[in-house]
Write a protein that binds this ligand. Structure first.
Ligand code: GLU
Length: 554
């Protein structure tokens, strides 16, 4: 038999005698926000487990855009309700990781404590708030204490499994659902541990329909499980905290991964019994990865790129990663970006209507392409700053070299930065050493070999002739004419086309001749534009390297 009102009041006092505030007091403490019409309030709510998944950026960027595009508030709430999984320093990692990607929170946990009027923003500090609602739910017959031990719960589960029943704490298995006040008192007097459970009003076999912003109408089984609201330490489960926090923080849009969809019936029931207005739910599809020909989830265990830290370590600029995430989030983003290559991402009209209800395919090659485009429109100064900041942590030698002569370093990154057709060589800063290391004498080394396209012995003739004709004051046309002249004088075609037409008439073509000079100057067969490279290296270095390469290229 269920408890009557008087017994429920007694029980509420027995369990939460120290709580004097009511839900109305809580409502007054955290009033409805005074914001413009249509403002969306969002939050991200990561758990401090020490690992930030790349996938977390998707709800984060979606939430940030929805809030800031509408004049709403974007919050960072730390879900530290599971002390067993908590890792030291993890909160700092979360805050700095999201900061790295330019996600600016209006409220929430910061490195210097909490900021905002709707806090605390760490759930471990909000126990008194959850207890206000817990006490009220007991009084209204929607919650009760359960003293089952771990062993008892395991036995229940085993029996349900054996009978092929749905696992859970319900019906005849909900041992304390209708326990008398005397029985409860006895357990309390013995000092037994208890958890607080929902007294679910749901029925087995019931169905609910709910509208998700991305997925549209979904039909799900109604919750009939008396699930745990507060654990024995008085700290809530995610579910209870979600309902209470998102209501009191006045979240209008709950943006989260679709792995939470199965919990939605429980959440909806909680909002109902708590008398809270339901927020909009925005469930984002899981990131998928192509594994051979089949798709699977991007996995923390198997894929290094699942960790957000991977991108920072490789030196993908934060804005490249943001760009990439946006291309996966909104199907029309890429088109917009192609038309507006230099506008800030914030100018794009982000909308949930362009979000796909099925899983986005994660692809590192695509990220590289997006990043190359992004880096191509940065200024040389911006690139220089970012590379130095990255190298500080990940390549100290390169960092020192870049810092030693700022003008020289910036000139390197200015190469190919054509405003109309910029070159797209770099995708991440860990490629800088290979791309531009040779500019520095400390990193310069001839690491590749000359191909068969240049007849043996010709390389030294080419280098010597080049040295004789080299004038650093030449413009690009004059410079190239000289190289062409060297080619022709030694039996190489002036144009690749000429050579292709009559390969027997030539030893090779002008490109083969310049590859000799390229190898001597950069140590490699591929390098940025040679003329520009020489301008940056300067006359002394050019002469020195060419001279030293004579007799050394084979
Ligand atoms: N702590 C949950 C997670 O990390 C948050 C889910 C939510 O955004 O509500 O998945």
């Amino acid at each position: 038999m269920a408890l009557n009102q008087e017994q429920r009041n007694i029980l509420a006092e027995l369990l939460y005698g120290n709580i004097t505030d009511t839900p109305q007091d809580a409502e007054r403490m955290f009033p409805v926000r005074d914001l413009p019409e249509g403002a969306k309030n969002t939050r991200i709510a990561p758990s401090p487990t020490g690992f930030v998944h790349f996938g977390n950026l998707f709800p984060a960027l979606t939430s940030e855009r929805l809030a800031h595009q509408s004049g709403g508030v974007f919050m960072l709430r730390i879900e530290d309700t599971d002390s067993l999984r908590e890792v030291e320093g993890a909160v700092e990692t979360i805050i700095s990781s999201f900061g790295y990607y330019g996600l600016k929170f209006d409220e929430g946990a910061t490195l210097d404590g909490d900021f905002g009027d709707y806090g605390p923003y760490r759930q471990s500090k909000r126990a008194f708030i959850y207890h206000i609602f817990a006490k009220d739910m007991i009084k209204r017959g929607y919650a009760y204490p359960c003293f089952c031990s771990k062993e008892e719960l395991e036995a229940i589960r085993a029996e349900q499994e054996q009978k092929k029943l749905i696992p859970g704490y319900y019906g005849e298995y909900a041992r304390f659902r209708d326990a008398s006040i005397e029985e409860i008192k006895e357990h309390l007097d013995r000092g037994e541990k208890w958890v607080l459970r929902l007294r679910s009003p749901g029925k087995q076999g019931g169905r609910i329909r709910v509208k998700d912003v991305i997925k549209g109408w979904v039909e799900l089984d109604e919750n009939f499980d008396d699930k745990v609201l507060l654990k024995s330490d008085g700290i809530p489960t995610y579910h209870f905290a979600h309902a209470v926090d998102d209501h009191l923080m006045r979240t209008t849009h709950v943006v989260r991964g679709e792995e939470w969809l199965p919990s939605l019936p429980f959440h909806i029931q909680l909002f109902e019994v708590l008398g809270f207005e339901l927020p909009y739910y925005v469930h984002i599809s899981q990131l998928m990865k192509l594994d051979g020909s089949s798709k699977r989830k991007l996995s923390k265990r198997h894929d290094p790129e699942a960790a957000l830290s991977y991108y920072e370590a490789k030196g993908y600029p934060a804005r490249s990663v943001r760009e990439y995430v946006m291309t996966l989030l909104n199907s029309n983003y890429e088109e917009w970006r192609a038309q507006n290559p230099t506008l800030p991402l914030e100018d794009f009209p982000f909308t949930t209507e362009k979000m796909s209800p099925s899983g986005a395919l994660f692809d590192l090659k695509k990220l590289d392409d997006v990043s190359k485009n992004t880096i191509a429109v940065m200024t040389a100064g911006e690139v220089c700053d970012e590379v130095i900041a990255w190298a500080e942590k990940y390549d100290p030698q390169l960092c020192a070299l870049l810092k030693a002569d700022r003008a020289f370093s910036e000139a390197i990154f200015a190469i190919g930065r054509d405003p109309v057709k910029p070159r797209k060589d770099l995708a991440s800063w860990d490629g800088v050493r290979d791309y531009a290391g040779f500019f520095f004498d400390e990193l310069y080394a001839i690491t590749e070999e000359l191909g068969e396209n240049v007849a043996s012995g010709d390389e030294d003739i080419i280098l010597k002739s080049f040295l004789e004709s080299y004038d650093p004051a030449d413009d690009q046309t004059a410079w190239f004419e000289k190289i062409t002249a060297i080619a022709v004088a030694n039996g190489y075609a002036a144009k690749p086309k000429e050579y292709k037409k009559a390969p027997d008439a030539f030893k090779g073509h002008v490109g083969d001749v310049s590859s000799v000079i390229r190898l001597a100057l950069s140590g490699k067969k591929n390098s940025p534009d040679m003329y520009a490279v020489m301008q940056v290296l300067g006359e002394a270095r050019v002469r020195e390297r060419i001279t030293a390469a004579i007799g050394r290229l084979r």
